[in-house]
Design a protein around this ligand. Structure first.
Ligand SMILES: [Fe+2]
Ligand SMILES: [Fe+2]
Length: 355
């Protein structure tokens, strides 16, 4: 059964995008002076090659649509699927715009030419992505006022290293999600219930390249990948994987409509992300281990009981929520302590988007 709230008017879209909970996309601020001091000169050749790819902008003509042809492809969906698809669009635009806002703030506040240049390109790409999703929301009369979202959503402060771990992973997992959906619908075009999925292949190459940029920043500053920081890497790997797993299981119809079971989809996405992340992280999560999988299922279960408690309300509902939150925290700690796989970092840093 779907657990997402119905979204019926633009105010509800804004409220949904502003929602702050453990699995909702967040907006971030950081230490801009520390960003300004970043040094990538030890990887000058790789860095310049990457910036040249951004400069070439192979997607400059991609995020446009033939209005009539696009709208003609939009199907009428069952109420449940419609609800989950809107939730998907709103969380996706919030994530895209979160990147846009953060990258643009860094761009404005640093003088370091390497970082400023990179952030200019990242802002350009994420702004295209957010606006493209907004077109689809507007087709339903549900466009998001992005400026209102920017000024009214809560911001979370992250040290630069946390920004690198979290954004690297969200860019790469974003790639893995979009390419998995794209490949599935390439095989089963009859299941493509909305035209936006046709854009995902070139779209996810942007996300892939964004991830490459953070990989180079971290590899140029190897202390970020050693010692006590490895514990932070484990934490962010688990936080990003678990958030996606729980969020996807709140909207199972969306995946089933594409012929994908949420479990299969998520584990395929984890496999791709884990394979890519060996370019930078010396550890990866053992997502095939039965105990690990049971832990993720328990997080979904805790989330479901938490939401049921919220719906019930009153003292009993709040007790149910508290019990579910404790259970969720306990399973998260157990997952964190589950043994990880260790890897040596490869000499060749860049990876190609070949999935
Ligand atoms: Fe994006
Ligand atoms: Fe991105």
């Amino acid at each position: 059964m779907t657990a997402v709230q119905a979204i019926e008017n633009p105010d509800q879209v804004l409220q949904r995008a502003k929602t702050e909970n453990l699995i909702s996309p967040r907006f971030y601020t950081t230490d801009y002076a520390a960003m300004d001091r970043l040094d990538v000169s030890s990887l000058r050749a790789e860095w310049d090659a990457m910036l040249a790819e951004y400069e070439g902008d192979n997607n400059h003509d991609h995020f446009t649509r033939d209005e009539d042809a696009f709208r003609a492809e939009v199907r009428t969906l069952s109420p449940e699927l419609h609800k989950e698809f809107l939730d998907f669009l709103v969380t996706s635009i919030t994530s895209e715009f979160s990147g846009c806002v953060l990258y643009n703030e860094i761009r404005k506040k640093v003088d370091n030419p390497d970082i400023k240049q990179l952030m200019t390109y990242l802002t350009r790409d994420e702004s295209r992505h957010a606006n493209f999703i907004n077109h689809s929301l507007r087709d339903y009369g549900l466009g998001v006022d992005l400026q209102a979202l920017k000024s009214s959503k809560a911001y979370t402060y992250f040290k630069p290293k946390y920004i690198f771990y979290a954004t690297y992973l969200s860019e790469k997992i974003g790639y893995a999600r979009y390419i998995t959906i794209y490949r599935q619908l390439e095989k089963h075009p009859e299941l493509r219930f909305h035209p936006i999925f046709r854009w995902f292949e070139r779209w996810c190459n942007d996300e892939f390249r964004h991830g490459e940029s953070f990989a180079l920043i971290m590899r140029a500053n190897p202390h970020l990948l050693q010692g006590g920081n490895v514990l932070w890497i484990r934490f962010f790997l688990l936080a990003v994987y678990a958030t996606m797993f729980v969020r996807d299981h709140t909207r199972p119809m969306l995946h089933r409509a594409m012929g994908l079971e949420p479990d299969d989809f998520d584990y395929r996405v984890f496999d791709i992300t884990t394979e890519i992340s060996k370019q930078v992280f010396p550890v990866s999560l053992d997502t095939d281990a039965p105990a690990f999988r049971r832990g993720l299922a328990a997080l979904v279960e805790a989330r479901t009981r938490f939401d049921a408690g919220a719906a019930r309300g009153g003292v009993v509902g709040r007790l149910q929520q508290a019990g579910a939150a404790l259970s969720g925290a306990w399973h998260f700690v157990k997952l964190y302590l589950h043994p990880v796989k260790k890897h040596a970092l490869p000499a060749q840093i860049r990876v190609a988007p070949v999935w």
